[in-house]
Design a protein around this ligand. Sequence first.
Ligand SMILES: [Ca+2]
Length: 266
Amino acid sequence: MNRCFHFKRIVFLLILHIQQSRIKAIPPPPPEGTDCTEIIAENPYATSGTYMIQPFNAPHPFRAFCENRADGGWTVIQRRNGKGADGNPVDFYKPWTDYQGGFGDVRYEHWLGLDYMHELTNQPGKKCELRVDMINCQNQKGYALYDRFRIASEAARYSLHLGSYRGNTGDAFRGNQYSGTQDGRPFSTHNNDNDDCHPCFIGDIAFNSCAENQHSAGWFSNCGLVDLNGIWHNQTDCEGWSSAVYWETWSSFHSLLFTELKVKCY
Ligand SMILES: [Ca+2]
């Protein structure tokens, strides 16, 4: 009886092994375009949703959320709304490698990844525009547009490069004389500090890292007026947090309920 059981177990493990090798052997789906702008341009009636994209010169295709707007197709690179794939807010206080490779589900709250943002915004012969959509704690909608947007390579620590601004929320990326501009700044996380604080002060409190101080990550100067990767807060509890989702030329005291960063490349 023991031998029979042993034999059945071997057969079971063999079947499991064959099934697992079949699962492993399935290749990733092929790319449907170089980016969402191209996919929507070729099929103007395509629905907003997830697509496989592979920018020119990118080594692998990857999944992204494409938004089909009246003004074209946009590749979403960040979304905050307090709803991850499991219905709970996604933790954005993450280390450098997580920001490089991305986290969250592109259908929900997520960060696409600095490597993908670099590939997307450095395609030969294409220029990219950045759009930031926001909803504040009073349910008002705001937006900011930058006519050129580029994320530099890992060697340049993914620095942010922006063209001219238009919109109804103010040019928070360029900040003011006290905050410094985030345009041209390298990216910082709590374990990779490239900001302009050595140290910075709030009152008489000194700190060296904006990412650590604000439980966030971003293209910090000292520290700047944009902090879209801080802790998300709901509408009943959005006021007065030091770590929150801020676009400070529009909403500096109330955390934003929604943000979406997206790019159109053409
Ligand atoms: Ca620093």
